[in-house]
Design a protein around this ligand. Structure first.
Ligand code: BES
Ligand code: ZN
Ligand code: ZN
Length: 490
């Protein structure tokens, strides 16, 4: 999808569909120049109330050059924010493309014409246009997507043009991550994920290195290799590097993403209900690769290294058993009490390796626990951190990105649950606070580096279609990670 800014009187805009925001109980304030003739009657009919994402479509509106006029509800004008605009733009795109519109102009009135609104609307449109339908062979040629999305603003400027470009880059990177997640596990083995990372890196001018099983054995990544043991698919440790032309400060950001291409649970096998969804257990890995794609284009002043341990977690004759003890790259030993708690095992070795590669600050992203879904549902990312300053920077990045995130506790009292009789650590705690004990486990491997752990098990997959997004992978965390690097971190 192409995006662009234009500045023209709305009546004169020739397009398949012109979209205007219309707010609750305030027809007179909605889309000012069009209000009297076209918008006010919608309210008068009683059919349209302007609630968030309400829609009303008018064909061949007399006096307008556009073929269709879509009023989209914005809810209460007073509380309207870029986050809601992102949804409104996405919903408008999804609604209109189902009608066959290929060119859309979305009118941003004066109050909503600053950079943050332009970014949000651009992102919303591109995210809303996404479909995970490449394996549907029927009606391939009828598949609908929007070719051109233009934002009509009061006045175009280089600031707004930059904002549009930033929104486009971030949303395209997020859709790249969604594409990786949407692939079924037979089409996204660890080596296939590594190949996709390599292709992306090459296209974007990033450095990419893949460590194979032999190399990981030499290095001593026993925890990662233990998880990989049950699968016929060899593991890969994907490393993608972004280096700025001139770095400001000594921060080196490490982004580590869980890349379990399929999680059966291993010998501690999962119930078969919903197991199909465990192809999304590489969403953290996809998110860091998406973020790298955005950074290659946006060029922040900090060096960033992404690490994705890519592994398939399978039962089988060679699989690790409950009770096995593995030696991690850090030298610490772990008793694998439950083979389904595999994410923390592969992340432990990847986090240690990130430190060895010189990363001073670490963020890991993982569909790590069912417990975070119990705690926060499908709305908020759960965030755990050992460093308040760094956590606040990440939260500010999430706020700018419009991604919801909740601060969860880390506390040494939880460590009581992480005692092993036979090794340094067990890989699971007791029944309680499962998302926290998982985070406490990871904390053992970041040493002194400021670190944030993002548990995205509840937010990486959308269970039902929304007006602004289809069911399936969400690409959550891509925008937050990219924005974190863009702050410069110094
Ligand atoms: N991949 C799962 C976590 C998960 C659950 C992601 C639901 C998405 C949706 C993870 O590897 C796992 O199985 N965790 C176990 C840990 C337990 C054995 C301590 C869990 O959460 O049940
Ligand atoms: Zn698991
Ligand atoms: Zn898992």
């Amino acid at each position: 999808m192409q995006t662009a800014l234009i500045s023209l009187p709305l009546e004169q805009i020739e397009t398949d569909a012109l979209v205007v925001m219309a707010f609750e109980k305030q027809p007179e304030e909605s889309a000012v120049s069009l209000a009297a003739n076209w918008i006010a009657p919608l309210y008068e009919s009683g059919d349209f109330k302007g609630k968030l994402l309400d829609t009303a479509l008018i064909y061949k509106p007399a006096g307008l050059a556009a073929l269709r006029l879509l009023a989209i509800g914005g809810g209460k004008r007073s509380g309207f924010n870029p986050h809601e605009l992102r949804k409104a733009a996405g919903a408008a795109v999804r609604f209109l493309k189902s009608k066959g519109a290929r060119r859309i102009v979305f009118a941003l009135e004066g109050d909503f014409s600053s950079a943050e609104w332009v970014i949000a609307a651009t992102e919303g449109a591109i995210l809303g246009d996404y479909e995970a339908d490449r394996y549907k062979t029927e009606n391939q040629d009828e598949k609908k997507s929007v070719d051109l999305f233009q934002l009509a603003v009061a006045e175009t400027s280089s600031v707004l043009e930059n904002a549009r470009r930033q929104g486009q880059i971030l949303a395209e990177a997020q859709n790249f991550a969604r594409d990786l997640v949407a692939e079924p596990a037979n089409q996204m083995t660890p080596l296939m994920l590594a190949e996709r990372a390599r292709r992306m890196a090459e296209a974007e001018g990033l450095d990419c290195e893949i460590l194979d099983r032999d190399r990981m054995q030499q290095l001593g990544m026993g925890a990662l290799l233990g998880v990989a043991a049950g699968s016929a698919q060899p593991p890969a440790l994907i490393i993608v590097r972004y280096r700025p032309e001139a770095a400001a400060g000594d921060v080196h950001l490490g982004l580590v993403g869980k890349g379990i291409t399929f999680d059966t649970g291993g010998i501690s096998i999962k119930p078969s209900d919903n197991m199909d969804k465990m192809k999304y257990d590489m969403s953290g890995g996809a998110a860091v690769l998406g973020a790298m794609m955005a950074l290659a284009r946006l060029k922040p002043p900090v060096p960033v290294t992404a690490l994705v341990p890519a592994v398939e977690n399978m039962p089988g004759g060679r699989a690790q058993r409950p009770g096995d003890i593995v030696k991690t790259l850090s030298g610490k030993t772990v008793e694998v009490l439950n083979t389904d708690a595999e994410g923390r095992l592969i992340l432990a070795d990847a986090l240690t390796y990130a430190r060895r590669l010189g990363c001073t600050h670490l963020v890991d992203v993982a569909t790590l626990t069912g417990a975070i879904v119990v705690a926060l549902g499908h709305v908020y990312i759960g965030a755990f951190s050992n460093d308040e300053t760094f956590r606040q920077k990440l939260f500010e990045a999430a706020r700018q990105a419009g991604e919801k995130i909740w601060h969860m506790p880390l506390d040494d009292e939880y460590k009581d649950a992480l005692k092993s009789a036979f090794a340094d650590l067990p890989n699971v705690g007791n029944r309680w606070g499962g998302a926290v004990t998982a985070a406490m486990f990871l904390k053992e491997f970041v040493e002194s580096a400021p670190w944030v752990h993002l548990d995205i098990a509840g937010t990486a997959w959308l269970e039902e279609n929304k007006p602004f997004m289809p069911k399936g992978p969400t690409g959550v965390a891509v925008r937050t990670l990219a924005r974190l690097a863009l702050t410069g971190l110094s």
